[in-house]
Design a protein around this ligand. Structure first.
Ligand SMILES: *Cc1c(COP(=O)(O)O)cnc(C)c1O
Length: 422
């Protein structure tokens, strides 16, 4: 049982780190991974991240670099850009942001000044830290105004978005988020942004793979600036991109470099290019639709077992369970599930009566299990394990958790993962 590619030099030179990496590979193999922001990258993406490209400095952009020796890095970055533009249908792509948070910071740097007003979704309602939450630099250096969801529906309150936009005249409006189980209505956000002359930034970090595969509407044509991570549903390496129309291209590039970053991570750029190449294949559209089908099947199975889902279900890869009516809160439930072989995270739910570090919800996503080959017919079984574990956690039946973990390990045997040979 080993990591793939094999870690022969690492085992010889640093056995302790090698052992921990091997342990992590086995852990990723043995668990039902339902963290909504995670996935399994392909063997090809994994290989690209582990190349000598990590040795190279390439500040600047293709053809305009500050260091020599870019004969092979330039075409790699250009390919990544061309593929990003083709996959998403945008006029411009910047593939250099180190991750989703720096990509969003670049959007602020490009289109706002410190102290300017920005409108984003509140964190407890599903927004991201970088959409102006108080503990984030974006909330400290800018003047954040926040919209949320309606209590009755769990969906974005567009009357509130419009009222806040008209009252505060933000420079930037962020749409998208990190715990939103429903389709993002880009045209509606665009209409409001137009009305107040704000730049609409669509942060599609979570749903980029669904957009690429045609399983979620595209923000292109509605949001002139689109930020995304590359490692969630898009199934690439950890990284990010900013996609834009031609008008906003120059400001985006200047903000990423030299505004915010130094040299791009070329090994990551190559892996992003590989992942985008995969996203161009018809099989990726099948994958994106299978992710949504699995999420809908899991949602139905959980509802049947009496679970309360925020917004009553899902349109995408993500489910938010409100455990308020259960005898166990989000954090102890997530901890028990991890022990039972089901990995997810505790999460606030909208209008959460509990504190953020000990909230009422758990968040689930189906991107990783879909990559592994699980299908809708497997979801009632997954829901049954979740239910048994939550019940066991409420009654502190520790023994039950180990039994479930054994059953899950056995169940997963026919579903291989890239990066590990069992
Ligand atoms: C994950 C996420 C980010 C941040 O990405 P990191 O790579 O973790 O910095 C930004 N926005 C949204 C909506 C996200 O879900």
């Amino acid at each position: 049982m080993t990591h793939q590619p094999a870690l022969s030099a690492l085992v010889a030179k640093d056995p302790r780190i090698a052992e921990l990496v091997e342990d992590e590979a086995r852990r990723q193999h043995d668990k039902i991974r339902l963290i909504a922001s995670e996935n399994y990258v392909s063997q090809a993406v994994l290989e690209a991240t582990g190349t000598v490209l990590t040795n190279k400095y390439s500040e600047g952009y293709a053809g305009r670099r500050y260091y020599e020796g870019q004969q092979f890095v330039d075409p790699i970055e250009t390919l990544a850009i061309e593929r990003a533009k083709a996959v998403f249908g945008t006029e411009h792509a910047n593939v250099q942001p180190y991750s989703g948070s720096p990509a969003n910071l670049a959007a602020y740097l490009a289109f706002a000044r410190p102290g300017d007003t920005v409108l984003g979704m509140a964190l407890p309602d599903g927004g991201h830290l970088t959409h102006g939450w108080g503990v984030s630099a974006t909330g400290k250096w800018f003047n954040p105004v926040r919209y949320g969801v309606r209590e009755e529906t769990g969906r974005v309150d567009f009357d509130q978005v419009r009222d806040l936009a008209l009252e505060h005249r933000p420079k930037l409006i962020f749409c998208g988020g990190t715990a939103i189980p429903r389709t993002i209505d880009f045209p509606k956000f665009a209409e409001i942004a137009r009305e107040v002359d704000a730049v609409l930034v669509a942060d599609i970090a979570h749903i980029a793979g669904l957009v690429a595969g045609g399983a979620h509407p595209s923000p292109v044509g509605h949001a002139p600036v689109i930020t995304t991570t590359t490692h969630k549903t898009l199934r690439g390496p950890r990284g990010a991109m900013i996609l834009s129309d031609a008008e906003h291209a120059k400001a985006v590039d200047k903000a990423v470099f030299p505004g915010l970053q130094g040299g791009p991570h070329n090994h990551t750029t190559a892996a992003i290019a590989v992942a985008l190449g995969e996203a161009q294949q018809p099989s990726f559209a099948e994958y994106a639709h299978a992710v949504v089908a699995n999420a809908k099947a899991l949602a139905a199975a959980l509802i049947e077992r009496g679970y309360d889902l925020v917004s009553g279900g899902t349109d995408n890869h993500l489910l938010l369970i409100d455990l308020t009516g259960k005898a166990v809160a989000g954090k102890p439930a997530a901890q028990a599930l991890d022990r039972a072989g089901i990995e997810l995270n505790h999460n606030t739910v909208p209008f959460d009566p509990r504190k953020p570090f000990d909230p009422s919800g758990i968040r689930l996503g189906t991107s990783a299990i879909t990559t592994r080959g699980l299908r809708p017919e497997h979801q009632p079984q997954v829901a049954a394990w979740i239910d048994r574990t939550v019940t066991a956690a409420a009654t502190q039946s520790e023994g039950a958790l180990d039994m479930i973990a054994d059953e899950i390990r056995e169940f997963l045997t026919p579903f291989p993962i890239p990066g590990y040979s069992a």
